[in-house]
Design a protein around this ligand. Structure first.
Ligand code: ZN
Length: 241
């Protein structure tokens, strides 16, 4: 039986690595992205470039990578007064969360993804969320994702499995995983074409990729890459669930 997966693919480092992970594991892989008026809209262009380049890296990727879906969630941007969707300063609020936090974003993404997976007959949903090395977003936590798996399965009356291969990996281990999965060509693609910078800067190139170099996303990526260079083995969890 063909195993089908839908990957939440934003064009960032994490979701690009999660997509490669899914392509290794499932027979047919589709991608979904969300346009919610994010400031770093350039990631929507990056995701198309990555989808175009991935099949050139491997015949397996070429065989398994299926259609892309882009969902318009402009209403999410409209109700979210955050630094990701408005021209305001990126900082840490009194709650301890960065002002880039879009409340409930992953819950909404997952609900739309599940509806799409249902229609596309995909039992597996893959997302690159991470509890280890992130900004503390509560909708990226393992418990949140597990609870969503239960809620979506019940609400759709169909078993859905949510996979989070990066949950317990830090950024350095995520770079290492990309290289383990697809060798240097995949790592090079992740560095050159995936987008992390919250400000949408793709004019400045660093050894870890493009970005302003100062926002929290750039900071995390730069530090992760430096740590990867000093300890380049994938020492992340081996179960890869
Ligand atoms: Zn940046």
């Amino acid at each position: 039986m063909t195993s089908r997966a839908l990957v939440l693919f934003s064009g960032g480092q994490d979701s690009t690595t999660a997509l490669a992970w899914a392509l290794e594991r499932f027979d047919a892989v589709e991608t979904v992205g969300f346009d919610y008026g994010q400031r770093h809209r350039v990631e929507l262009e990056c995701r198309l470039a990555i989808r175009e380049k991935l099949p050139r890296l491997s015949s397996l990727y070429a065989e398994r990578l299926g259609p892309d879906h882009l969902v318009d969630l402009a209403s999410l941007g409209a109700i979210s007064e955050t630094a990701l969707t408005r021209q305001s300063e990126i900082a840490f609020a009194e709650t301890g969360l960065p002002t880039t936090f879009v409340p409930g974003r992953n819950l909404i993404f997952l609900t739309f993804a599940a509806a799409l997976a249902y229609r596309r007959d995909a039992r597996h949903i893959v997302l690159g969320v991470c509890e280890t090395d992130y900004s503390g977003y509560p909708d990226c936590r393992d418990d949140t994702i597990k609870a969503m798996q239960v809620a979506l399965g019940l609400g759709l009356d169909r078993r859905l499995v949510l996979h989070t291969p990066l949950m317990w990996r830090d950024k350095a281990q995520t770079f290492a995983l990309a290289r383990r999965l697809g060798g240097q060509p995949l790592l090079d693609l992740v560095i050159a074409d995936s987008h992390s910078c919250y400000l949408g800067d793709r004019t400045t190139r660093h050894d870890w990729g493009h970005g302003c170099g100062h926002c929290p996303a750039c900071d995390l990526r730069a530090k992760g890459f430096a740590a990867f260079l000093s300890a380049p083995d994938d020492s992340g969890p081996s179960d890869d669930s």
